[in-house]
Design a protein around this ligand. Structure first.
Ligand code: NAG
Ligand code: NAG
Length: 459
């Protein structure tokens, strides 16, 4: 990466620096800790008679120049600061190309380097390069398991270790927490940055995500590290499954203990308000199973759930009945039954009305047939449902003549005797009795059989 970087920078610099200067270098070279840095340096002869006798690389440290590398055509290379010659070398030892290679880089290699040519007759000529040594940090983020609390405290930590320069850490979150950041300089000169995400830890924050964002010169783009918060809270317990219909000798009744919490409680302890569980119940984890309901389960059941943070119990009062509780079903059943009854009743009424109308129509048709004869007494139809739909005003209060009555009797024996008598005016009733007797003497009373038949005809 270092050489490529340098090459790119060299290409950029060439047009600006080549004309005036005879020593060509890069203004700045960036290298990574532990890797190599290449500091290019070339001498360009300004005049044909110019002679180079020696080249020296110097480093300026705390206001003082120190010789780093020397090349002499007769005596070869020399490295006064690196006697073993293991970290510093010339790429291709010659007077034309005196490019210096340093590596593995240390942080203290950072500094200002001079590439100086001793020439004749021009004297010393140099180029200056700034070497920057970066340390790529190692970034990590983690959540802290903290208990629900009223006090603000760190719930996540993000660390950018051994960077140079120090990394910049920010957080992305919708929880509105605060951050606090600190830096530590390590023995090797790198810096470790630590940022804490602080929050008043609530149950709601459990499982929420916050993201640590690390920006550093060595990173082409910021590194994001998501963290899922873990806020510990005690179990929240409930007993479900009681249907208020436990009755003697019922089969298969069950209660279920439900709990959440962080960590999730996995152990449930069942008991009753009066002590241990009745022998007739079996426990399977969160479930309490009653094969056969008897008086021993006529009690209060308690479920206790435990996790690392706490122990919470809840209870369910059981009422054992002598007989099944039909109230619940009865209410709904009653409503449905009532609805059905209502619909049926409506249908019956509607049918009745239709039948009545049909009968009236039939009767009217019949009347038209008898228009020639003496007008018979016309009794109202035996229909109580549709008084208002009577096609003709009833003649209840008119006294029928004897002829009419005779005609009526003759026209339909037994056809309407009962109705006839029911509906005639009471005054008429009073007057008619003797006449009735006369009439009875004149015409035989209709037989029961005829009466029944006539009724049947109507229906
Ligand atoms: C952040 O800090 C401020 C002041 O210290 C405090 O009022 C606020 O409640 C904190 N925010 C959170 C989410 O803890
Ligand atoms: C269950 O207990 C209640 C009183 O707590 C009592 O009224 C009821 O009769 C009991 N049921 C049975 C089946 O014993």
């Amino acid at each position: 990466m270092g050489p490529l970087w340098s090459l790119g920078a060299l290409l950029c610099l060439l047009p600006g620096s080549s004309l005036a200067q005879t020593v060509r270098v890069l203004d700045e070279v960036t290298g990574f800790l532990g890797q190599e840095a290449v500091l290019p340096c070339h001498f360009v002869k300004a005049a044909p008679d110019s002679k180079v006798s020696q080249v020296t690389w110097m480093k300026e440290a705390s206001g003082r120049k120190q010789n780093v590398a020397v090349f002499h055509p007769e005596h070869g290379p020399s490295f006064p600061m690196d006697r073993e010659g293991t970290r510093i070398r010339f790429r291709t030892p010659s007077l034309e190309d005196t490019t210096l290679v340093i590596g593995p880089l240390r942080l203290d290699d950072q500094g200002t380097y001079f590439c100086e040519f001793a020439t004749y007759p021009g004297g010393n000529q140099d180029g200056v390069t700034h070497l920057i040594v970066l340390a790529k940090p190692t970034n990590t983020a983690e959540a802290h398991e903290v208990k629900v609390s009223n006090l603000e405290q760190p719930v996540a930590t993000c660390t950018s270790a051994q960077g140079k320069p120090p990394a910049r850490i920010t957080w992305q979150s919708s929880l509105g927490g605060n951050t606090s950041t600190s830096e530590v300089t390590n023995a090797d000169g790198t810096i470790t940055v630590t940022s804490q995400y602080r929050l008043v830890p609530s149950k709601e924050a459990n499982g929420q995500r916050v993201t640590c964002v690390v920006e550093h010169k060595s990173l082409p783009q910021p590194e994001t590290l998501p963290v899922t918060l873990s806020i510990l809270y005690p179990p929240e317990v409930s007993i479900v499954g009681y249907d208020d219909n436990w009755y003697l000798s019922r089969n298969e009744a069950m209660l279920t203990c439900r709990a959440n919490g962080n960590p999730m409680p996995t152990e449930f302890i069942w008991s009753t308000s009066s002590g241990p569980l009745p022998k007739t119940v079996t426990v399977q984890g969160g479930n309490l199973l009653v094969q056969n309901v008897d008086a021993s389960v006529n009690t209060t059941f308690i479920c206790q759930a435990t996790n690392r943070v706490g122990q919470v119990a809840t209870e369910q009062v059981i009422f054992v009945r002598d007989k099944p509780n039909l109230d619940g079903a009865g209410t709904t059943g009653g409503i449905i039954g009532g609805l059905i009854a209502g619909i049926v009743a409506l249908a019956v009424v509607a049918t009745g009305v239709l039948i009545c109308r049909q009968q009236q129509k039939n009767r009217m048709d019949h009347e038209e047939d008898d228009l020639e004869g003496p007008p018979p007494y016309k009794p109202p139809p035996p229909c109580q449902l549709s008084d208002e739909t009577e096609p003709e005003a009833p003649r209840y209060h008119e006294l029928p003549t004897l002829e009419e009555r005779e005609a009526a009797s003759e026209a339909g024996p037994g056809l309407e005797d009962d109705d006839y008598l029911d509906q005639i005016n009471p005054i008429y009733d009073g007057l008619s009795f003797p006449a009735m007797e006369d009439e009875a003497a004149l015409t035989p009373l209709p037989t029961d059989k005829a009466f029944v038949m006539s009724r049947a005809m109507y229906v």
